[in-house]
Design a protein around this ligand. Structure first.
Ligand code: PRP
Ligand code: URA
Length: 206
């Protein structure tokens, strides 16, 4: 299922990120803040369990999270979404997938993987600001399914219809969350209007 988080605060911050004159510092800060706002909505249906606790005043029955959360950023750009979500879920574990997209073929290439052992029973949030052709997200989800992950959500900032379709076709069981669904991909596989190369803008590499 695709959820596009149309919220004035999220869209305002994303607009700042889209502007070509926005520098690394403001780009990262807005990404951090959007990540936190998105986490709130992405976590809306997390499983909870009832527990009975003692407050200083009385005993009561309340709920707490029933499953561990694992954040899995796709390197590099996915790292930009980790802090904002981790601030809200400080008990989350973090795994890493290193993938880069070949600029000619647009095919993803794996160069790193490190996961917590708890992934099979956890709710796994795969993080990447950009969902373009969907090749990287589809490959990343395959990698974590091979390690036994069953509950998986894909959290991206900007998506293209082509990428959404690719993930929905390959992994119909994975919920997709976007801050914006853009128009199309250009001939170089960039999202239009998009925000350019997310990794380069986060890390100042261009
Ligand atoms: C970007 C982006 C995604 C991927 C999206 O990463 O962060 O991972 O491209 O494209 P796709 O949907 O067509 O696969 P990139 O390969 O540029 O690496 P980087 O994060 O290290 O810059
Ligand atoms: N990766 C990016 O960083 N931006 C795009 O528009 C497409 C892929």
């Amino acid at each position: 299922m695709l959820t596009v988080l149309n919220h004035p605060l999220i869209t305002h911050k994303l607009t700042q990120m889209r502007k070509k004159e926005t520098g690394t510092k403001d780009f990262k800060q807005n990404l951090d803040e959007i990540a936190g706002l998105m986490a709130y909505e992405v976590c809306r249906d997390l499983p909870v369990r009832k527990i009975t606790i003692e407050t200083p005043v009385a005993s009561c029955t309340s709920t707490e999270l029933a499953k561990e959360i694992v954040l899995i950023p796709i390197l590099r750009a996915g790292l930009g979404l980790v802090n904002g979500i981790n601030d809200l879920i400080p008990t989350a574990k973090v795994g890493f997938i290193g993938l880069y997209r070949d600029e000619e073929t647009l095919e993803p290439h794996e160069y790193f993987a490190k996961f917590p052992s708890t992934m099979p029973d956890a709710v796994n949030l795969v993080l990447d600001p950009m969902l373009a052709t969907g090749g990287s997200a589809v490959a990343a989800i395959e990698m974590i399914k091979k390690r036994g992950a069953k509950s998986i959500k894909l959290v991206c900032l900007v998506g293209a219809p082509e990428g959404v379709k690719a993930v929905e076709t390959a992994h119909p069981d994975v919920d997709i969350y976007l801050a914006a669904l853009d128009d199309h991909l250009n001939e170089k596989g960039y999202i239009v209007p998009g925000l350019g190369d997310a990794g380069d803008r986060i890390f100042g590499t261009k």
